[in-house]
Design a protein around this ligand. Sequence first.
Ligand SMILES: [Ca+2]
Ligand SMILES: [Ca+2]
Ligand SMILES: [Ca+2]
Ligand SMILES: [Ca+2]
Length: 399
Amino acid sequence: MQSLRRATLLTVAGLSLTHTAQAFYFFGYESFPNSADRLVVNNAASKAFGPEDDLQLLPNIGDVQGSAFRDEQLDLAAGFETRFRYETVGGLGDGFAFLVASDIGTDFQGGGGQDLGYSQGGADGIAIEFDFFDNGPGFWASGVGDPPGAHISIQEAFSADPVNSLAAELSSDLFGTREVRIRYDGYRETPGRLEIFVDEISQLAIDNFNLQDYLLNGNQNGLAGFTGANGGAFGQILIKEWSMTDFIRPIRGVVTVEGFEGNYDGMAFQCDFFRNNEFFNGVGTGLFLGNNFGFSTNWIGSADAYIKVGPSLSQRFFIDVDQVNGFDFGPIHLSTTGDIDNDDAVTVFDYIELSNSFDLSQGDPGYNKMADLDGDTSITIFDYILLSQFFDQVGERPQ
Ligand SMILES: [Ca+2]
Ligand SMILES: [Ca+2]
Ligand SMILES: [Ca+2]
Ligand SMILES: [Ca+2]
């Protein structure tokens, strides 16, 4: 089921060459004026705070809670990346949490104080704590307390109890103005990595983490937002910016074919990705138009791509997919060969296919465009000659 879901995440994104490389943002807030779209604030939280229109998650008042959610179900299962910049002003309260969860509403608010405004029973999701206050080892009923100091932690099941901590790390670098990046990559060579960066320094990561295990009923979708709480100790927390992307990056290809550029239009292409000589992903077949094909994918990193278009044999190309800049691929060159029956080898069966279409021209009944190896829109002796040159050759794609 898992592999099926992943396979379906690959979709043909488009064939336009003019499309510029970019991440697919769910949303981005550079500030939080009252007009900030689809942002719901609750309790003591407010938009349009101060001259920079910050999101005030918590005012500098004791015993208050605040929460803010993007009013949109996000497809999080394959991965997401969120960035936010926050500032602590004045003293320090209990802290705050970034949440993704599938069964809460945008009015969600959990317990106060040490619960950081999110903890409550019965909810599925994860919370990433930025916990400023050590509640002590004996605080929890379980007897397993907070780590001994300010910490980042990844909590499951909406419980701030440390027994529900998937990972925790002490950090004294959580105060003042900080930039956080949280990246969940559900689709790479090691599937399921959740990593938290503060000021671009990795603070905490867990591998073999499948977000869907923590979203209700294996849901792919969830809400994202923040909660925070002040107890007897308190301080102000401002969110200055917040953006979120789905981690899917477009990859576009430009394939220039030697000999008869342009004549592969409407033919199938196949692009398979390998790492360490093992297939891990593919884009299946799609329509080749205007000498290029496009697709989007949700993995990043490098891979060997075996690309085959029309009667060419598959060839290996190295692809490096950059998570920030997306990817621009090509132009590459595929050699015209003679694989008319599309089995990635030039054999006697390709001769038979060519013979069946011999002497026919474009528009004739029975004309097979795949057999027109030299691209002159007729099946002639010259196509035979080309096929003969490549006879017995096979594509580079591992079988
Ligand atoms: Ca705490
Ligand atoms: Ca904690
Ligand atoms: Ca063949
Ligand atoms: Ca021809």
